[in-house]
Design a protein around this ligand. Structure first.
Ligand code: ADP
Ligand code: ZN
Length: 738
């Protein structure tokens, strides 16, 4: 009998469900090369269409829905799973939840080299450097070891050291020579360049305030299991200090901490603070890394060599050998949601990851998202509040400036200018927030009224006066400002409205040098942000102008005045999240004022001083604002009181896009009820980059109803004939409605 089973098994190898790189929303079946089947998370090489591709085993079973003889064999790439069980399961569930192709979901999680089948080991690891004793060696002593002498000479010319690969390339036999020299202590070997530890901060960690202490204890009490904690603390209240203590405890248990942040490039100080506190290797993962660096950091996390892993949203998929804690800093930040391809929320998946790994998840923010506040209100998250600023700093005084009927100088009211003069005279710094880059959002002919629109988008061209260009912020179109109006040939071209570049010019005229602008344009080049921040911290810059980039966690201890140049931008947005975003930006930017000993002042310019949102914010009442906004969402049946999915389509004509969505709506109507269809309608910006866009919104009171419908609908959409003439995407829990 046993023999018969074995025999039978041998005849029938298990069937593997494999996520292969394909846009189709399904896994593909292959025959396992071994029995029993490899565990999920192992990579395999399979033939797919006419190509050989690398896939990841998601599961296995005795049978396939297809006849066995049609299944092709898979070959193993890994002998043990590349992905930990929690990450494999996270990806599998994410593909189901977001109704996205599993192959693309798994690809998102892997560094490029691993996606292509490279072995799971670091490729360019060993880096040699001369040590003190090495530098003191007299070459004459090495006359009988010419290769070693040559290696020493070469490294003497490269104080930053050289990778072993480079050494070998330049000098035959260098590998053995370098190893011998390292053995003598004349060379240092760095195994992983991506994991440099820095010396510890000599300053002792501050004594925690009682509220911080309570927050730390609450999370520590939950260690050993899953739980979500919403650390709701005003800017400067010491949230980061709480993370640091929790991480310290995690490291003491021999476990790893995963920290997700919105944009690492914007917060170099934060990474530095983590490095200096623990003096342990910190693996940093973000999209700006070279492939090799990313692989190095990813493997270090997986092997447990990096006790602390900090990264942007996709770092949520990093395997950890010993997960102990997950922190999502600035959890409200829109950049946690990926806006193209696999449209996942890094924050939401962090919570699922915590559940799968059985570890606490801490969401921190001074301006929590309405979703997270709702979850806390419902008792799903534990709320931990830090209502006061840490250290010596106090809350800044916030005042509205009524712009109605006031004379404006380059968009600035007399009151704001007076405050600027006063703060600068005292030797302090000021920050002006304007969430619009460029010189002016439009260029107009004063003679005939012609406006310069983008030829490929339903949008105005933004004027850049500095380099005399017109640029489209939507499609990237970029051309020189013409000398004459193409409509009437006149020469009276005028900028309309203002952006950061124009504000910079105006303030330079008023205060001379010492005006620094921080936005996407001024920080495009590598190192430029660090340079500009350096000018602010060094005191060379007195006035700081910027967009939302300034709202992201920077510390500016000498900034005592914050001016919100145009608070009305977000008050009447078409997107139901417009007010929430504006409130978050204002509170975050205002939080940059007076973080050290000096009291801060915040002036908010508006034409709508009676707007209830602004009134709340002047009273430091983000919580009150959020409660009111949640009540509105409940009344309007908007998220988090309902669940949305958005199907977007774009095509060469609006008709083609709408036809696809109409076919989709017809399919959806045949599915079980509980979901309301809104549309299809043309997108708010109908034409973008020459393509016509439309959308269909699905709304359900219960999440399960929405997903039941999408389970059937998403694969059906792939086969719609109307889909051949339209490009479409499905966005579950869309963050933006256009
Ligand atoms: P947040 O992350 O909430 O903005 P931080 O943790 O960065 O706040 O703290 C703000 C400032 O207060 C930092 O300079 C930090 O070193 C300091 N700080 C934090 N906690 C304490 C404390 N318990 N005692 C004194 N200073 C503190
Ligand atoms: Zn355009």
């Amino acid at each position: 009998m046993i023999n018969a089973v074995l025999h039978c098994r041998a005849m029938k190898p298990p069937v593997l469900r494999v996520a292969v790189p394909s846009p189709l929303r399904r896994t593909f079946d292959y025959l396992s090369p071994v029995d029993p089947a490899p565990a999920p998370g192992v990579r395999v090489r399979v033939s797919f269409g006419r190509r050989e591709v690398i896939g990841v085993v998601v599961g296995s079973g005795p049978d396939s829905e297809f006849p066995r003889e049609r299944l092709k064999p898979a070959t193993l790439v890994d002998s043990a799973p590349l992905l930990t069980p929690d990450v494999t399961e996270l990806l599998r569930r994410a593909a189901t939840y977001y109704h996205h192709a599993p192959g693309e979901v798994f690809a998102t999680a892997l560094p490029v080299a691993l996606r292509q089948g490279a072995p799971a080991q670091v490729r360019a690891p060993r880096r040699y450097r001369l040590t003190g004793p090495g530098r003191a060696v007299d070459p004459a002593d090495l006359r009988r070891a010419p290769r070693q002498a040559a290696v020493l000479a070469l490294l003497a010319a490269h104080p930053d050291g050289l990778d072993e690969e480079v050494l070998v390339e330049r000098l035959a036999g260098a590998r053995d020579a370098a190893r011998t020299l390292a053995g003598k202590g004349w060379l240092s070997v760095e195994e992983r360049a991506c994991l440099q530890a820095v010396p510890a901060d000599p300053a002792p960690a501050p004594v925690l305030h009682p509220t911080q202490q309570a927050a730390v204890e609450a999370v520590l009490a939950g260690v050993g299991g899953f739980g979500v904690y919403l650390l709701d603390g005003v800017t400067g209240s010491g949230k980061t200090e709480v993370y640091l203590r929790l991480i310290e405890a995690t490291l003491a248990r021999g476990e790893q901490a995963l920290v997700l942040v919105p944009e690492i490039g914007l917060t170099p100080q934060l990474v530095e603070r983590f490095r200096r506190r623990f003096a342990v290797p910190v693996a940093v993962l973000h999209s700006g890394l070279a492939d090799g660096e990313r692989l190095c950091a990813w493997l270090a996390a997986r092997e447990g060599q990096a006790p602390v892993v900090i990264g942007t949203r996709s770092a949520v998929f990093t395997p950890l050998a010993r997960p102990g804690l997950i922190v999502v800093d600035e959890e409200h930040d829109p950049s946690f949601k990926q806006q193209e391809g696999f449209r996942y929320s890094g924050r939401d998946l962090a919570i699922l990851r915590g559940r799968l790994a059985g570890v606490p998840v801490v969401l921190g923010s001074a301006t929590p998202s309405l979703e997270s506040l709702h979850n806390a209100n419902e008792g799903r998250y534990r709320r931990l509040s830090l209502p006061e600023r840490a250290g010596a700093a106090s809350h800044p005084a916030v005042r509205l400036v009524d712009l109605r009927t006031q004379p404006l100088y380059d968009g600035l009211s007399p009151e704001l200018l007076k405050a600027l003069d006063a703060h600068l005279q005292r030797g302090n710094q000021a920050l002006l927030f304007l969430n619009r880059r460029g010189y002016a959002p439009a260029l107009l002919c004063h003679a005939c009224g012609h406006v310069f629109d983008c030829r490929r988008c339903d949008a105005r061209m933004t004027l850049y006066a500095g380099d005399r260009r017109l640029r489209c912020h939507h499609c990237g179109a970029d051309h020189a400002v013409p000398a004459r109006c193409p409509g009437c040939g006149g020469e009276q071209l005028r900028p309309v409205g203002r952006g950061t570049e124009r504000l910079e010019e105006a303030l330079q005229q008023r205060y001379g040098s010492g005006v620094v602008r921080i936005d996407r344009d001024s920080t495009r080049r590598k190192g430029s942000l660090a340079n500009l921040l350096g000018q602010v911290h060094g005191g060379d810059a007195r006035v700081l102008i910027g967009t939302q980039m300034l709202a992201k966690g920077h510390h500016f201890p000498n900034v005592t005045l914050v001016g919100i140049v145009d608070a009305d931008q977000g008050l009447f947005s078409a997107d139901f999240r417009g007010a929430e975003r504006m409130a978050q930006l204002i509170v975050q930017v205002a939080g940059r004022a007076g973080r050290a000993e000096q009291p801060g002042e915040v002036l908010i310019q508006t034409h709508h001083p009676d707007h209830p949102l602004l009134a709340r914010l002047t009273a430091h009442d983000y919580g009150g604002f959020a409660a009111e906004a949640l009540a509105e969402r409940r009344a309007a049946e908007l998220p988090p009181f309902s669940h949305l999915a958005l199907i977007r389509a774009e095509a060469g004509s609006l008709e083609a896009a709408l036809r696809f969505l109409e076919a989709a709506a017809a399919l959806a109507r045949r599915q079980p009820a509980g979901v309301e269809l809104l549309g299809p309608v043309p997108a708010p910006m109908e034409r973008r980059a020459g393509r016509h866009r439309a959308q269909l919104l699905l709304q359900a009171a219960r999440r399960a109803d929405l997903h039941r419908l999408l389970d059937g609908l998403a694969p059906a959409l792939e086969t719609l004939p109307e889909g051949r003439r339209a490009r479409w995407s499905l966005d579950v829990d869309p963050a933006e409605m256009f």
